[in-house]
Design a protein around this ligand. Structure first.
Ligand SMILES: Nc1nc2c(ncn2[C@@H]2O[C@H](COP(=O)(O)OP(=O)(O)OP(=O)(O)O)[C@@H](O)[C@H]2O)c(=O)[nH]1
Ligand SMILES: [Mg+2]
Length: 299
């Protein structure tokens, strides 16, 4: 048995969470087309051919503008020295930019561990574009220990990704039971599912301004489980948007989240949602802690 921790890092929105879900064939992390979807480190575990790969999905590394942003970037940067391999994910559909270089600098500052570049979203690139991209990366970024071309969305190149990681796994060790694919507690998966539906249906500042708190749960054998959750936004105007005309949007969010939670639990569910305003909560430490965004949490 060989096992190891692989930090999956990069700018926001490059496809880290999509990649990890594909690798472990389970929805471990929520995904959206908005930057800043992932807010904390999440482990996705893959057991394959006697190897245990523990992928750590991380928030997109960026220059923070509030305490939540600090927390997110600290989570991601904090794992860089603790893992066996760093997988630096780039979005192949956009030029290599200052955001990528900012991530690279954080990687280079960390304790020396093997570093691999994974060029993602290659399903959108022609062979010629792939060659150009490789040259651009060689020119603009420091040389790493490996370079692979992948598509997390469609699952291209994942065998090569695992093969690139294999030499750095540790012999004779196994960290998790074989049937475990994440360390996320169920209540957290549930609040994340609700947040994902809101992210997918709103835009501008709202995706960044939402936090979910599970306030009451009742597990019942013979009838549907009950989950009650608060959706926090930062302003009154955002509350109106999330609720929508005649409560339509909130209802849609609730239905989609409920269906997914039922699938997760394999049990019928009642989901009750309330939208509440907590002014500027992303700048308020006590509230961040209440929402589980507590700085002392590590890898
Ligand atoms: N075409 C294409 N799109 C992809 C691929 N991987 C991810 N995407 C899309 O890119 C967007 C961002 O994906 P995420 O997986 O949420 O990205 P992330 O890096 O985890 O983003 P943050 O959590 O915000 O840092 C989504 O719209 C995905 O569908 C890919 O391989 N090909
Ligand atoms: Mg993510």
């Amino acid at each position: 048995m060989k096992a190891g921790f692989i930090a999956v890092v990069g700018r926001p929105n490059v496809g880290k969470s999509t990649l990890i879900n594909k690798l472990v064939s389970e929805k471990v992390a929520i995904v959206s087309d908005k930057s800043g979807t992932t807010r904390e480190n999440i482990r996705g575990i893959l057991n394959r051919g006697g190897n245990q790969y523990i992928f750590i999905d991380t928030p997109g590394i960026h220059k923070p503008r509030n305490l939540l942003g600090d927390y997110m970037t600290q989570n991601a940067v904090g794992v860089l020295s603790e893992v066996d391999v760093i997988m630096f994910v780039l979005d192949g559909t956009v030029p290599v930019g200052t955001g990528d270089r900012f991530v690279m600098e954080r990687i280079l500052e960390a304790k020396r561990v093997p570093r691999i570049i994974a060029l993602n979203k290659t399903d959108k690139l022609s062979d010629a574009a792939l060659l150009e991209k490789k040259a651009e990366i060689e020119e603009k970024l420091t040389k790493f220990d490996g370079y692979i071309e992948i598509s997390g969305k469609y699952g291209f190149g994942l065998e090569r990704l695992l093969a690139a990681v294999d030499p750095f796994l540790e012999e004779g060790i196994c960290y998790y039971p074989e049937d475990m694919y994440t360390d996320m507690p169920t209540y957290r998966i549930i609040t994340e599912i609700i947040r994902e539906k809101i992210l997918q249906k709103t835009r501008d500042e709202i995706p960044h301004s939402v936090a979910i708190e599970l306030i009451h749960t009742e597990q019942r054998k013979k009838s549907a489980d009950l989950f009650q959750a608060n959706i926090y936004v930062e302003r009154n105007s955002q509350k109106g948007i999330v609720i929508g005309k005649n409560g339509r949007l909130l209802k849609e969010i609730g239905t989609e989240a409920r269906l997914e939670i039922e699938k997760l639990l394999n049990h019928p569910v009642y989901l009750e949602l309330w939208v509440k305003v907590k002014e500027d909560w992303r700048k308020k430490k006590p509230f961040l802690r209440e929402m589980g965004y507590a700085p002392e949490k590590g890898m």
